[in-house]
Design a protein around this ligand. Structure first.
Ligand SMILES: C[S@@+](CC[C@H](N)C(=O)[O-])C[C@H]1O[C@@H](n2cnc3c(N)ncnc32)[C@H](O)[C@@H]1O
Length: 309
């Protein structure tokens, strides 16, 4: 043990050391005190996150609406995605600076962006495999909220036909451009302009959706999920993600309409008991479910795998 007195450091020197990653890494490796503090903070964070899920009360979330209100809520969401699709389509899909309009224009970035969609499809394949789910050669997959086709181009390799539904004309225009550029001939798009259009989509054997329902207020999420699962073919498979709660999430239609945004998307939750009730009411059963990070770190988000009975 070295008994020499500690050197006196000015507060500027302490600050400089605290911001030096190499010094901090060495200090962490040497200091059981610091390691214990970090472990405690991490475990407090995880505990409070999990507890907030247990404490979440879905009765604070308004889900039932009349038709006129449903249409009004839908037009709010349509306006947000009209704006996002027209101004920053790729960033609206994956909101990190790397995919901003300025950055995605750099050589090679667009291809890199589209490669990220492989992850979602691999998750889907993995979940299907562990539940012994397979698909016939004529399978039609409906992707709810295909955006700019980031995942669609990879789904098109699995299925005979993929239809990408989306609310945003700008995002769909990018998707169509990409299908042409990559010669993806079995993927098509369809813009949804009113809730009623969700009720007459025709036959499909697979429903795929990630990072879409969560951007809609609970009544819209419930309406879409209900109608899509109803139209899923017998024996068909639904793979979808949404946020089911967390934190202090509450939803009241009147306050939402009084202060909704027009230029940016929103994050909403559909309580777990409502999701499960819709699965049952539409003649589906739950095959599997896992918690995911599609909605960020401070919410409860789940991916569901269901089969139409
Ligand atoms: C965050 S992006 C994700 C796109 C795509 N799923 C992906 O992972 O690349 C959400 C997409 O869902 C679309 N969307 C949001 N609400 C929708 C709704 N009610 N009906 C159809 N599309 C919707 C948006 O226009 C947007 O393109």
């Amino acid at each position: 043990m070295n008994d020499s007195p500690l050197p006196t450091l000015s507060s500027d020197q302490v600050l400089a050391l605290a911001q030096n990653p190499e010094f901090c890494a060495q200090l962490l490796a040497l200091s059981p005190v610091l390691t214990a503090q970090i472990k405690k903070q991490t475990s407090d964070l995880v505990n409070s996150h999990l507890q907030s899920g247990a404490d979440f009360d879905g009765r604070q979330v308004e889900v039932d609406v009349d038709e006129a209100t449903l249409n009004t809520l839908f037009s709010v969401i349509a306006e947000q995605w009209r704006h996002l699709g027209a101004t920053k389509p790729h960033f609206s899909v994956l909101s990190i600076d790397e995919w901003s309009p300025a950055n995605i224009a750099a050589p090679g970035k667009l291809a890199e962006f589209y490669n990220t969609g492989v992850t979602e499809v691999n998750e889907f394949i993995k979940l299907c495999q562990r539940n012994s789910v397979g698909f016939g050669p004529d399978t039609h997959c409906l992707e709810l909220g295909c955006g700019v086709g980031r995942v669609t181009v990879h789904l098109a390799k699995l299925f005979k036909k993929v239809t990408g539904l989306d609310i945003s004309a700008g995002n769909l225009a990018e998707a169509k451009r990409t299908f042409l550029a990559l010669n993806v001939g079995n993927a098509m798009t369809r813009q949804i302009e009113s809730p009623d259009e969700f009720t007459k989509l025709g036959a499909f054997e697979v429903l795929f959706s990630r990072m879409v329902l969560q951007h809609n207020p609970p009544p819209i999420q419930a309406f879409i999920l209900n109608h899509l699962l109803r139209q899923l073919a017998p024996g068909g498979i639904g793979f979808f993600q949404t946020i089911t709660g967390g934190g202090n999430y509450r939803y009241n239609i009147r306050s939402h309409l009084a202060q909704h945004r027009v230029t940016d998307f929103e994050l909403h939750a559909l309580p777990m008991n409502k999701v499960l009730a819709i699965i049952r009411a539409t003649g589906c059963h739950l095959l599997d479910v896992y918690r995911d990070l599609a909605g960020g770190y401070n919410v409860e988000s789940y991916t569901f795998l269901v089969r139409k009975t």
